[in-house]
Structure formats: structure tokens, C-alpha cells
Write a protein of this length. Structure first.
Length: 286
């Protein structure tokens, strides 16, 4: 996390006075970043493993019991096809399924918080993507790192839009942070890795890249729910990213992955909405 856009986002929000909880894979590094920025706490887990995502969400609910803003920031690109310990293609698992599962598992907290927000980092690369509904993990045919990454970034916007459409008072946004100078190219070798090293020389700093995330997390400006943002402003997304049918289909596909994770105490979406309705009704009646 050190030196990344995610760390810069967390630091900026903590500086504004927000209580920040970090999630990281390496306990020592995550604790050190939390100390540096004055975060309220840390949760340790590998977000490429869906069981770990569910466990992290369970721990957050047990420890904190309230969530105003969730920023889905984890992501990477892989030149060669890799699988997680759960047998899922790494890009699909980390970049799309992880934020989908984490958001779902924390929904019971988000929906009872007025004006709660879910912010999901996408990329301008979404415009090159298409969802391979019949083979999202590239199990058949050849694997292409660019295609897998672009697919996941398109999925991020479709997820953000469908989350907004499902209602409950939740605000959901996707964004492109800019071309940020990070350690992103460390996962890449060969010509692709060399290309990213050159691109990094002309990239914005993590602090600049964090600005749109910080804006969406803290602004009081009225924003289009389900919108896509670049440089803290609404921006046009690709035609595929605006396909409502594809967004609903992607949600259904992602739900199938969710069903394969070991059971959790978290309620289903309909149960969450019923609970929120009951709480709101009780408050109005009282």
C-alpha cells in the first residue's frame, strides 16, 4: 500500500477528520500505513480470496458497526493467467468479484446510514473491455492480460450503476483516477511491463490520482447516482458501460460466485431491504 493512490486517498480523508479503516494483505505494512496517516484501525486479508473478503467484512461489522463510505480500491493487472487459491482467475477475482462481495457483505451497514456511498475505482481502459459472460475467467482459448483487465474495469462501472439502480438510498459511483504513478507495473514483465514503466514517467502522483476518490467520498454537491467520474467531474462512459441489460446480467453472474463462498451471517439483499424498511417504518411511527 505504501506510495500508492489508495494510501494517498486514506491519508487525505484522515486529514479531513474522517475515521479511516484500512484493509491490507501485509499486517506489518498495513499497520505502519495506519500509524502514518492516523487511521482508526486496520483489517488484514487477501482480497483476491473471496473467503477472506467475507471474513474481513464480518470483522468490520463486529468491530465498528457503522459504515458511511466504502472505497473499493484494490486492483492489479497480470500478464500471464494466474489463479487464486480458490481456483479463480486472478484479475476477475481481485478487480471485480472482490468489490462485489465486499459491498454485498457490508450492505446491511451501508443501507442504514443516510447518504452512504460506495466508490469503485475503474479505468479509462473500460472502453476497450467487453464482458465475456460465457467465459469471464479465460478458461477457454488464449489469455490476454489487457483484455482481462479491460473486462474487469468495465465490470466495475456496470456494478456501480446496477448498485445505484437497486435503490435503498445508497449512492454508488465509479471513477477513473488518471494514469497514476504506482507500483502497478511490478506485476508485469516483458514489453507490457516496460511500457508501463515508460508511462509511469508521465503519470500523475498518487496524491493527484486520489483527488477524485476523496471528492466523491466527502463532497456535499449533488451527484448523479451511478455516475462515472474523471477529474472530480461526471464523464461519459462507453456504450457497453451504459448497457442496463449487461449490468443486470453481470450482477446475476456475480451472485453465482457469491453463492459458492462458505456461509456467512450476512443477510441477503432482499432481507437487507426488508430490514431497512422496517427500521425506517418504526422510526416514522415512533
Amino acid at each position: 500500500m505504501s506510495g500508492t493512490e489508495g494510501k494517498a486517498t486514506a491519508r487525505a480523508l484522515a486529514t479531513q477528520g474522517h475515521e479511516v479503516v484500512l484493509v491490507g494483505r501485509n499486517p506489518a505494512k498495513t499497520e505502519e500505513v495506519a500509524r502514518q496517516i492516523g487511521a482508526r484501525g486496520v483489517l488484514v486479508g487477501d482480497l483476491s480470496e473471496l473467503r477472506e473478503v467475507r471474513r474481513v467484512a464480518d470483522e468490520f461489522r463486529d468491530r465498528y458497526g457503522r459504515l458511511d463510505v466504502l472505497i473499493n480500491n484494490a486492483g492489479a493487472m497480470f500478464q500471464e493467467r494466474r489463479e487464486t487459491a480458490e481456483g479463480l482467475e486472478m484479475t476477475w477475482a481481485l478487480n471485480h468479484l472482490s468489490p462485489f462481495v465486499l459491498t454485498h457483505e457490508l450492505m446491511s451497514l451501508l443501507l442504514v446510514t443516510p447518504q452512504a456511498r460506495v466508490i469503485t475505482l475503474s479505468s479509462m481502459m473500460h472502453g476497450m473491455g467487453r464482458i465475456r459472460f460465457d467465459d469471464p475467467e479465460f478458461r477457454r482459448g488464449g489469455y490476454n492480460g489487457w483484455a482481462a483487465y479491460a473486462q474487469s474495469k468495465l465490470a466495475n462501472i456496470l456494478f456501480a450503476r446496477e448498485l445505484a439502480r437497486r435503490g435503498g438510498g445508497l449512492h454508488s459511483y465509479a471513477l477513473h483516477p488518471g494514469v497514476v504513478a504506482t507500483s502497478f507495473s511490478s506485476t508485469l514483465a516483458g514489453p507490457i511491463g516496460q511500457t508501463y514503466k515508460v508511462v509511469d514517467r508521465f503519470s500523475v502522483t498518487p496524491e493527484v490520482g486520489a483527488q477524485t476518490s476523496v471528492y466523491l467520498a466527502s463532497t456535499t454537491d449533488p451527484l448523479p447516482n451511478g455516475g462515472y467520474f474523471v477529474s472530480s467531474k461526471p464523464a461519459p462512459a462507453s456504450a457497453r458501460a451504459l448497457d442496463d441489460g449487461a449490468a443486470a446480467r453481470l450482477w446475476a453472474l456475480s451472485d453465482k460466485y457469491l453463492a459458492n463462498i462458505p456461509a456467512s451471517s450476512s443477510p441477503t439483499w432482499p432481507e437487507i431491504l426488508r430490514e431497512v424498511h422496517d427500521l425506517t417504518h418504526d422510526t416514522e411511527c415512533g
